[in-house]
Design a protein around this ligand. Structure first.
Ligand code: URA
Length: 437
């Protein structure tokens, strides 16, 4: 007979937990046999005491086992996935996933919605008229067999225990615990069934991890979990001290992803997407090294086959492919207002989290789970960090519903930029790479 107090006390006193102990305690929690206050106390004990690598691997497996698991084993090593810990303007999945599929990989991706200042792929895809983000597992698998690419919402069938823990973490200030973050993210990747995974761990002002040390540690923990559970895995630690690309906001980001796949996109979005596809090709054994992977990804981009794959996926999931053929057909906000630079100078830094929050305030994101969002609104930030901007040149374009949304926005937006008289160095996009072993 389980005594929840004993499980809590063992963690409180710093003992490592066995898989059996976690399975018993958390399984009972999922069945409603352990009240929330005891699960919360256990989470706080984990948060304060931490977890060993072995415990974190076991916790991930227990979370992944708590619900449905997709079986992609028939695709062998070719079944791949990518995951970003969340950023501002992060539309990389919309570029990298079709490009990887165009290179012959099978990408079955479960994605999330936006929360707080970071965006979510599912909301972006819902900018496309008719696009279905909820696919049942049979349809998901059939689509993978047919076109090698499917992106759907996570739903509650995958790792339901993670859903329960996440809600309690949110209410008990235990979200920042690294083993809890790592096992939460990885449980959904493991349940998603891919055999090779590329993680994009964001670091900087717009990211969950603000320091390189924290991001590196999270990346290392997740790589250890993945390899501990038999996956081929790599983590890139990438910069989030500036938004990715220019566009922030759902339909605007879909447009920028389409532009990138058509060869017209911003350099950073193209560079990171190509790198992720190259890493996945190597992990899957489809290319011997990154040079080969990059060449193949580049070729798919140049030939337009990534764009064609995105179009196929949109059509397969009920969306209107004409909006991919011509992104001007995507939903547009009624008003687009330019923000001019108040003076000349070199752009030194951008407060990425602030831009994410402003885009959310315009209606492009949600403060609380379940809030409605407006796919049309957002920001387009024109210069990149390090650029020389002349007085009066447009700094940003605000896409909004009406003039009332612009009140006070200029001031808030300008406060997100800092300036210098001298060119400042651009930060590297891929800051570090964490591999197994
Ligand atoms: N994303 C998740 O899925 N879980 C976390 O704990 C943090 C980010």
């Amino acid at each position: 007979m389980l005594d929840p107090r004993a499980a809590i006390a063992r963690k409180r006193d710093g003992y490592p937990l066995t898989r059996g102990e976690m399975e018993e305690f958390l399984g009972a929690a999922l069945r409603g046999e352990v009240p929330d206050y005891q699960v919360s106390a256990w989470l706080m004990a984990v948060c304060c005491r931490g977890m060993t690598v072995a415990e974190t691997v076991d916790l991930t497996d227990v979370l992944a086992e708590s619900g449905q698991r997709l079986d992609l084993s028939r695709f062998g090593r070719m079944a791949v996935d990518k995951h970003s810990t969340g950023g501002v303007g992060d539309k990389i999945t919309l570029v990298a996933a079709p490009l990887a599929a165009a290179c012959g990989l099978v990408v079955g991706k479960m994605s999330g919605r936006s929360l707080g200042h970071t965006g979510g792929t599912i909301d972006k895809l819902e900018s496309i008229r008719g696009f279905r983000t909820s696919l049942d597992p049979d349809d998901f698998q059939r689509q993978l067999d047919r076109i090698g690419l499917a992106i759907a919402g996570q739903g509650s069938a995958l790792a339901p225990l993670d859903g329960l823990l996440y809600a309690l973490r949110d209410a008990t200030a235990t979200v920042p615990s690294q083993p809890l973050i790592a096992s939460s993210i990885m449980s959904k990747k493991i349940a998603g069934g891919a055999s090779a995974i590329c993680l994009d761990v964001k670091v900087g002002r717009g990211a969950l991890m603000q320091s390189l040390d924290d991001a590196r540690q999270l990346a290392r923990t997740m790589v250890n979990i993945g390899s501990g559970l038999g996956r081929r895995i790599v983590a890139l630690v990438t910069d989030m001290d500036a938004p990715l690309g220019h566009a922030i906001g759902n339909a605007l980001e879909v447009g920028e992803a389409v532009d990138t796949l058509a060869g017209r996109g911003p350099d950073d979005v193209r560079e990171l997407s190509l790198r992720i596809v190259a890493e996945l090709l190597v992990l899957a054994g489809a290319e011997p090294d990154l040079r080969g992977g990059t060449a193949r990804a580049n070729e798919a981009l140049r030939a337009g086959s990534g764009l064609e794959k995105l179009r196929e996926m949109v059509a397969a999931q009920g969306g209107d492919p004409r909006q991919i053929d011509d992104p001007r057909e995507l939903p547009r906000a009624p008003l687009a207002a330019e923000l001019p630079a108040p003076h000349a100078g070199y752009l030194r830094s951008i407060d990425t989290a602030r831009l994410g929050s402003l885009a959310m305030d315009l209606g492009g994101g949600r403060r609380e789970k379940g809030d409605a969002i407006d796919h049309r609104v957002g920001l387009v930030i024109l210069p990149r960090v390090g650029d020389l901007v002349r007085a009066g040149e447009p700094l940003a374009i605000v896409h909004c519903r009406d003039r009332s949304q612009l009140e006070g926005l200029d001031r808030d937006l300008l406060a997100a930029f800092t300036w210098s008289d001298l060119p400042s160095p651009r930060t590297q996009l891929v800051r570090e790479v964490v591999r197994t072993g």
